[in-house]
Write a protein that binds this ligand. Structure first.
Ligand code: GLC
Length: 460
């Protein structure tokens, strides 16, 4: 197995020099996205103006349509960076992700209705009967926004494919569903999870300058000076204003594939996805794909007759059957015999493994996980470069299953930053972010309400 491992090491390892080249190309793409509309990395102005004061207060509803679940939250902001939250999660089926878009939003509205019904009362943390609440809708897909309560879906990502939605205003579609169910809510803001995370993390830790999600998808947001967003200068917004940018960096290097080190396994993941060519960066990093990359290497070795000779391998040959969570479990197996890995292979795939094979699997998981973390460092470094944050340093709020559950993911991101920037890379530190889609969306709803009351809505 050692020879095989060497081959994969050379395929999946990123040298510091290569990383610096990626950072350079990435930085250019960020600039391009800010200067012209419809670029590969779209750098979307979010209409979230500046940082929260920390004094935002009140009750807000938040609905979060992410990659895997649907979540409804009631958030009470208490000011001074404090809050309370009550929430319920609903599972989304694969069919719902591919079913008609309006039906998907109807389902969101139904879940919201159930949540409101079961949380209305006169106790603490409950909704008062008849109370009309502002709602922040966290819709974590790329949307071009003309105002904060508008968003035209550029394209679905993360395996979603609901027809009749791309190119349409999803806020408008969701409002229709809210009317259909006659819910006592007012859609105040349409928010990306990264923007929510940026604002929520800053609310509790003002050193936060960048937010990144490492979950089913991968993306980042940061606060930009309006004067440095040439594509919106014609709108006449005060040039000393600041606005959060949803980078949608998962799209970096899409279609052209010029900059990223793609292996043939990555090419298969891409070709067999519902959106070939798109989200090239995300497909090398996010939780939706890492398990599949690992599985494709295993399948190659099965075909070459190196692994599992004489065993029935049909279970592991099914696309996407190898969960990314298995990679993190394998990497953190504490036993000499690698009992966790025995468990995964026998229990889920009915396969017997030797110790040498298990050691190989663990090493391979590490290669795939480490590459993802180091590529993420390149994205963070590009934003740090662009904003000139290296000397003073900054905090990066990070969230998502990969960041929270994959052992050493954060450490590897930090290592990557040092490889790119040298010692100064230590000035940039990631930390577990506040719940952006819940708390962040509530704070943004509060900030928007305040702007409206001050006559600043939609975009002065
Ligand atoms: C995908 C989406 C993006 C989202 C990210 C993390 O990249 O396009 O909007 O922020 O996943 O959920």
């Amino acid at each position: 197995m050692a020879d095989h491992l060497r081959k994969y090491e050379s395929l999946f390892t990123l040298t510091p020099q290569r990383m610096r080249m990626i950072v350079e190309a990435f930085t250019e793409c960020l600039e391009l996205g800010l200067s012209k509309p419809n670029q590969i990395v779209p750098m979307i102005p979010t209409w979230v103006f500046g940082w929260p004061t920390g004094k935002e207060t009140g009750d807000y509803l938040a609905l979060d349509l992410g990659g895997t679940n649907l979540r409804v939250c009631l958030v009470t902001l208490q000011g001074e960076g404090k809050f309370e939250i009550t929430q319920t999660k609903y599972r989304l089926s694969e069919e719902q992700k591919q079913d008609d878009g309006q039906k998907l939003f109807d389902f969101c509205a139904e879940c919201l209705r159930t949540f409101i019904e079961s949380n209305t009362g006169d106790g603490p943390g409950q909704l008062r009967p008849g109370q009309l609440l502002p709602l922040g809708f966290t819709f974590s897909y790329p949307c071009t926004q003309e105002r904060i309560d508008h968003g035209e879906l550029i394209r679905w990502t993360k395996g979603f494919g609901a027809p009749n939605t791309e190119g349409r205003d999803v806020a408008g579609m969701f409002k229709k569903s809210l009317e259909k169910y006659q819910l006592p809510v007012e859609l105040t803001a349409l928010i990306n999870d990264t923007t929510g995370t940026l604002i929520a993390s800053h609310y509790v830790n003002p050193r936060t300058k960048i937010a990144v999600i490492f979950g089913t998808g991968c993306n980042a947001a940061y606060m930009e000076r309006v004067k440095d967003i040439p594509k919106i200068t014609h709108l006449g917004i005060a040039s000393d204003a600041e606005m959060a940018i949803n980078c949608e960096w998962g799209a970096f290097d899409s279609f052209e594939h010029e900059h990223l080190p793609r292996t043939k396994y990555d090419a298969v993941v891409d070709d067999t996805s519902n959106k070939p060519g798109e989200q090239a960066f995300e497909k090398l990093i996010s939780g939706r794909y890492l398990g599949e990359i690992f599985r494709l290497v295993i399948c190659e070795l099965i075909d070459e007759g190196v692994l599992f000779l004489g065993q029935n391998t049909y279970k592991i040959e099914k696309p996407y059957c190898f969960d990314t969570a298995f990679l993190s479990l394998m990497e953190s197996d504490p036993t000499d015999e690698l009992l966790m890995i025995i468990g995964i292979f026998t229990h889920f795939f009915a396969l017997e493994t030797t110790l040498a094979e298990r050691q190989f699997f663990r090493a391979l998981a590490k290669l795939v996980g480490r590459r993802a973390a180091r590529l993420s460092s390149c994205g963070i470094a590009a934003i740090v470069n662009k904003m000139g944050l290296l000397e003073e340093g900054c905090s990066v709020g990070a969230d998502g299953s990969l960041y929270n559950k994959y052992p050493s993911f954060a450490e590897r991101v930090h290592e990557g930053l040092v490889d790119i920037f040298g010692d100064r890379g230590r000035n940039v530190i990631t930390h577990h972010a506040e719940d952006g889609s819940g708390v962040g969306s509530a704070i943004i709803a509060a900030m928007t309400k305040a702007r409206r009351e001050a006559g600043l809505y939609p975009n002065v």
